[in-house]
Design a protein around this ligand. Structure first.
Ligand SMILES: [Zn+2]
Length: 308
């Protein structure tokens, strides 16, 4: 899911190959089928990846979409789905795991079940909670460094909270590749919204990826990130610039999130204003935790803020 942004300082790449129903080969070990859920938040649709051949792992089976799962099973006829991996529990990524497990008997591994991270905020932001698949039930939760081993590949869990609390990426060391889920995507920045998303975690997860030497990322939406180190640095710079701008607006007397959105996101499509408010809130939550900003009363979407 994208974060509303008007800046062009990041080298986004929106090219994409393949249509729903087509399993296309991307590398010796990686194939991809896009789900039929294209839209403003999902770009060309959720990317479902197949890793290995013969005995395969499927990453992010996508939304609850019978046609997508049927097309995937059809394309994998003669092969065995041994493991289903899930990067996070947004409804465009994890629900398909159930149908795929039913059809194949494969084990579901990967991220932890959805659990609202900040209960107090969850009520205020029920709309965002609705983005989560609370029925996701993994057979095994992976943790940092846990690996799925197959004859021709290994998939290693790299915990990357931020977009959601439970977000994980999966490294494929044989190809120096990383399945980056919605944490890092080539087509757009990712949305980081409380109560499940957290800016502090997101920034730490960007820093974590910068210490790795992956050659390519295969994201949850859109085409590959080809120069991941440079791209991730650009994403971090973008967020720091946004944070600076929010701090200067608060310093200038814009006390509410609504006032900050109106100036920081001047000219934004009104339909995206709600998402922009949550994105600003994610920054403010982080700034409050770091002691740079104070809230009048409890920090919340409707609160007033000032510099500490
Ligand atoms: Zn997502």
């Amino acid at each position: 899911m994208p974060e509303p942004t008007q800046e062009d300082e990041i080298a986004f790449n929106r090219s994409f190959e393949g249509a729903p129903g087509e399993l296309i080969r991307l590398s010796p070990l990686v194939r991809r089928m896009v789900a039929g859920n294209a839209g403003p938040m999902t770009f060309t649709g959720t990317c479902t990846y197949v890793v290995g051949s013969g005995q395969v792992a499927v990453i992010d089976p996508g939304p609850d979409d019978k046609r997508h799962i049927a097309a995937l099973l059809d394309a994998l006829r003669g092969e065995t789905v041994a493991t289903i991996l899930v990067t996070h529990t947004h409804r465009d990524h994890s629900p398909g795991a159930r149908a795929l497990k039913e059809a194949t008997g494969a084990q579901i591994a990967g991220c932890a079940p959805y659990h609202p991270a900040r209960e107090g905020l969850a009520a205020e932001m029920g709309r965002i909670d609705a983005a989560n698949d609370s029925n996701y039930a993994p057979d095994a939760v992976m943790r940092e460094g846990d690996a799925i081993e197959a004859a021709d590949f290994t998939l290693v869990c790299v915990e990357t909270p931020g977009h959601t609390m439970n977000h994980q990426a999966f490294a494929l060391p044989q190809e120096n590749a990383l399945f980056s889920g919605d944490h890092v995507m080539a087509w757009s920045t990712s949305v980081v919204t409380p109560p499940d998303g957290a800016m502090r975690d997101y920034m730490a997860s960007l820093d974590k990826l910068r210490t790795r030497d992956d050659r390519i990322y295969w994201p949850g939406h859109g085409g590959p990130v080809n120069e991941p180190q440079r791209f991730v640095r650009g994403l971090a710079q973008h967020r720091r610039a946004r944070e600076k701008s929010i701090l200067s607006h608060i310093g200038a007397g814009d006390a509410t999130i609504a006032a900050i959105v109106a100036t920081v996101y001047e000219g934004l499509d009104p339909a995206l204003r709600g998402a922009a408010a949550l994105s600003v809130y994610a920054h403010i939550e982080d700034l409050v935790e770091r002691g740079l900003v104070c809230a009048e009363g409890p920090a919340a979407l409707g609160a007033s803020y000032r510099l500490a």
